[in-house]
Design a protein around this ligand. Structure first.
Ligand SMILES: Nc1ncnc2c1ncn2[C@@H]1O[C@H](COP(=O)(O)OP(=O)(O)OP(=O)(O)O)[C@@H](O)[C@H]1O
Ligand SMILES: [Zn+2]
Length: 817
């Protein structure tokens, strides 16, 4: 039996991340195998930390004295050989640690957390503690009643962990130290608040204290009865301290509530037998041999909106199951596609597992275990479900494969599309990219013959694509139109409603109004910690920063000039809702945005109301653009198509085209001819024109030219190195040093891999949460040399104490440059 193994250690930072060899003590020999997690001593002080066994055996060249594994955490592996290899591949291509990948791949419920506790010795009386606290300020954390504190609490109170003091106190016997591993149980409950006294009494108390924030808290709770901490803070702007003080004063009571109930056992629609249309059948027939080939395969299913891509997926999955293999279906956002999920659940029943972030940690952990055991073989989920431990994986499907949600913006910064391709390659599976508007990268791949493309050119059952009208909004203000709904759209809504049909209106913003401007001096409110202006929300009359969540009340007068005419500029969903009520007083309007769907299940409820015909107009943000499939919706209105078009990055056109095509595609999906109105201030813009024609191929031709000219993906790959720190100067100095280092390496050792380094340039929003962000960018191809060069420079950086205040990371082809 093997007596040594190689592990990846959780405590290793990027500079020291590699496999380390450990001895396996006699009594643990049967239990240690690749993929199980263990506890090992690590680093100078040999503090214990978690690690994962990557392989058995050792590196014969290793020159350090091996330490021994302390404990084994798992009875069976949490990662199989495929997933271990995937993690190793990701950490080398994405420039992160092995553990960063492992954390992304495994469910949160699996993580153990080490809790270090210090306890005041029994025999130390209070007087002595107080006296010692003068010499050892760390002791002030303890009191007569509080005799135990975690290292985290102490670090928080003392602004950093006073390790020397604590060690000395332990040596003197004043404190005792203990360390144990707890199974993490976060996320399961939310803190709820209610008034602990009669309404009027609470209000009187708050008024007496002359505290506007407390009055806001009381009035919010008077309206709502009880609120979660998140909602209460959103409505009142109260900080944690305020709430705590109010609880202490007896004004509020606080309790914990289950954050999410078990997934609702709603009744599923009965399983439907369906026959594929000839074009669906042709697409299926093309892909079936790929599925059965036993080799890695990839295919693009390019089908117009409403062409019935879902039915093709269902058939492919059935076939996969018959082969005894499993399938993973990825969707951009579960919340947005409840209809799609129901179809899968109805078709495959209890062998379906759903994985997404709105499930509680426990629920996700349970799903994960069902998948690992092989009980669940159809996995539907969002981005991270691409890591599901599916048994004998045969098929991976990415629906709406162009969606930005498939790219992770946090470490590890992976793209689900690349991970899916890698898994397909390792496990001899088929990966299908489905979309009505494929990403330029994927379509390019099909064009150059990397993978076959299957077309669904027509909607199911011969339904026509909607007719699209472009409504030119220029000059309307001069004619006296001030609202968001122009005359063309208004006329179309009138007609649609008169015929008893429903319509969907799309507005790419949330909040009642976008921006506040002082009409006298031009002042706009800025977030105190980010370099962006704040947005006004009319439900709570507050300004909100959409980057960090900071909120404050809308001032009555302009803080800069004192004038009282603050204009709330622009249109948001709430303002539009009001306008619709005024224009169409008899009509029922439903609004769907981040605010009306904040509570669990709200989204599905709103959609059910539309399906039941209880709403005539559904108005909303992004959320109404995807996946919706309603019989009676014949009109789609796009309030402001230009919104995303002029963003400063190379994907803005693609995003706009895809968004417009998707929204337009919600109209007229059942026999009745649909209609769409696109309101725009740039009616001649080619992106808008192509979207109106729903001509993806023409859009693609123009866009790929542009990408070639700009040297952007897929014509070139972009590596972006982003640095951030509290002081702007630190960031710039660090990047200048990194740039110089890259350039000198490319002049010497990497002369074969020499590309221009651009920057430092400010990020789109320079300051977020008080940190400045700048980046360097390099257009260079993927490969071993790139991994060596970038990885090496990042490693040097992480090891250099001079740059400690600066964080630096690499992102490959980020969604926004
Ligand atoms: N073979 C079939 N038999 C019966 N109904 C079908 C069939 N194919 C498609 N449909 C119906 O046609 C409608 C559109 O199909 P689906 O939602 O799968 O389209 P889609 O290609 O995913 O569209 P989008 O990209 O717009 O979401 C659905 O209501 C679906 O039930
Ligand atoms: Zn902010």
């Amino acid at each position: 039996m093997q007596s040594v193994c190689r592990v990846a250690v959780s405590a290793a930072n990027y500079a020291f991340d590699r496999l380390y060899d450990y001895d396996i003590p006699e009594e643990l020999r049967g239990k240690v195998q690749p993929g199980v997690r263990v506890i090992v001593p690590f680093g100078k002080g040999s503090r214990t930390c978690e690690a994962i066994v990557v392989r058995m055996g050792c590196d014969p060249k290793a020159e350090y004295a091996r330490k021994s594994i302390c404990r084994v955490l798992d009875a069976e592996p949490v990662m199989d050989a495929h997933l271990l290899r995937l993690a190793a591949h990701l950490c080398s291509t994405l420039f992160c640690t092995f553990y960063d990948c492992a954390r992304a791949m495994l469910p949160a419920g699996l993580w153990f957390r080490r809790v270090e506790r210090y306890t005041l010795a029994e025999e130390i009386p209070e007087a002595q503690r107080a006296q010692l606290a003068q010499e050892y300020p760390a002791l002030s954390v303890f009191t007569r009643r509080k005799r135990t504190a975690t290292a985290k609490e102490i670090a928080k109170k003392c602004s950093e962990l006073p390790a020397e003091q604590l060690d000395a106190l332990c040596t003197r016997g004043v404190l005792t130290f203990s360390s144990e591993f707890d199974r993490r149980v976060s996320d399961k409950t939310v803190t709820m608040y209610g008034l602990a006294m009669p309404d009027d009494e609470a209000m009187r108390l708050a008024e007496r204290g002359r505290s506007p924030v407390r009055m806001e808290v009381v009035s919010a709770l008077m309206h709502e009865g009880a609120l979660s901490r998140h909602d209460l803070q959103y409505l009142s702007g109260a900080s944690n301290e305020v709430l705590r003080a109010m609880v202490k004063k007896g004004m509020l009571c606080q309790w914990e509530e289950e954050a999410f109930r078990l997934p609702e056992q709603e009744e599923l629609p009965p399983r439907q037998d369906f026959v594929l249309s000839p074009q669906q059948q042709a697409a299926y027939d093309g892909m079936e041999p790929l599925l059965l080939s036993g080799h890695p395969e990839a295919a693009l299913l390019f089908g117009v909106t409403g062409s019935g891509k879902t039915q093709v997926y269902l058939r492919l999955i059935e076939r996969t199951l018959r082969e005894g293999r499993s399938a993973i279906v990825l969707v951009p956002e579960i919340g947005l596609t409840p209809q799609l999920i129901r179809k899968f659940m109805a078709q495959f029943g209890e062998i379906t597992a759903v994985l997404h972030s709105a499930l509680s940690v426990g629920e996700r952990y349970d799903s994960w275990k069902r998948i690992r055991s092989g009980a669940a073989r159809v996995i539907v989920g969002t981005r991270s479900a691409v890591f599901a431990p599916a048994r004998n994986l045969g098929l991976l499907i990415l629906d709406e494969e162009q969606d930005d949600a498939y790219k992770s913006e946090n470490n590890p910064r992976y793209h689900a599309r690349d991970v899916a391709k890698y898994r397909a390659m390792q496990e001899n599976a088929l990966v299908v990219f489905g979309s009505a508007t494929p990403s330029i990268e994927t379509f390019y791949g099909a064009e150059i013959g990397k993978y076959p493309m299957f077309l669904l050119r027509e909607r199911y059952a011969g339904t026509q694509l909607p007719e699209v009208t472009i409504a030119d909004m220029r000059g309307l203000i001069r004619q006296g139109y001030t609202g968001a709904v122009g005359p063309v759209l208004r006329q179309a809504i009138d007609t649609c409603l008169a015929q008893g049909h429903q319509c969907i209106l799309f507005l790419n913003r949330r909040g009642a109004a976008r921006q506040v401007v002082c009409t006298a001096c031009g002042w706009t409110p800025q977030c105190p910690s980010c370099s962006v202006s704040m947005t006004y929300h009319s439900v709570n009359h507050r300004l909100v920063c959409h980057y960090c969540g900071h909120t404050e009340p809308l001032p009555r007068v302009c803080p800069s000039c004192g004038c009282t005419h603050l204009k709330t500029d622009g249109i948001g969903t709430q303002r539009l809702e009001q306008e619709l009520h005024e224009l169409f007083p008899e009509t029922s309007v439903l609004r769907m945005d981040a605010d009306t769907t904040a509570t669990k299940g709200a989204h599905a409820k709103l959609l059910a109301q539309v399906a039941d015909g209880k709403a005539d107009i559904l108005l909303g943000t992004q959320m109404v653009t995807k996946g919706l499939d309603f019989d009676n919706v014949t009109l789609v209105g796009i309030i402001d198509a230009d919104q995303a078009l002029f963003a400063q990055d190379y994907r803005a056109r693609e995003r706009t085209f895809s968004l417009l095509t998707q929204v337009v595609g919600r109209a007229g999906r059942r026999g009745i001819q649909g209609h769409a109105v696109i309101q725009t201030y740039s009616p001649e813009n080619p992106v808008i024109l192509n979207a109106a024609r729903q001509d993806y191929e023409r859009f693609y031709e123009e866009e790929i030219e542009m990408r070639r000219a700009l040297q952007c993906p897929p014509a070139a790959q972009i590596v972006v190195l982003t640095a951030s720190a509290e002081r702007e100067r630190d960031v710039l100095e660090a990047l200048v040093a990194v740039k110089a280092r890259l350039e000198s390496l490319m002049a010497g050792q990497f002369a074969d891999f020499c590309y221009p380094v651009l920057g430092p340039a400010p990020a789109a929003v320079v300051r977020v949460q008080n940190r400045y962000r700048y980046h360097l960018s390099i257009r260079c191809p993927e490969g071993r040399r790139r991994r060596e060069l970038i990885g090496g420079v990042l490693r040097e950086f992480a090891a250099n104490s001079k740059f400690r205040p600066v964080t630096l990371y690499a992102d490959i082809n980020p969604m926004q440059v």
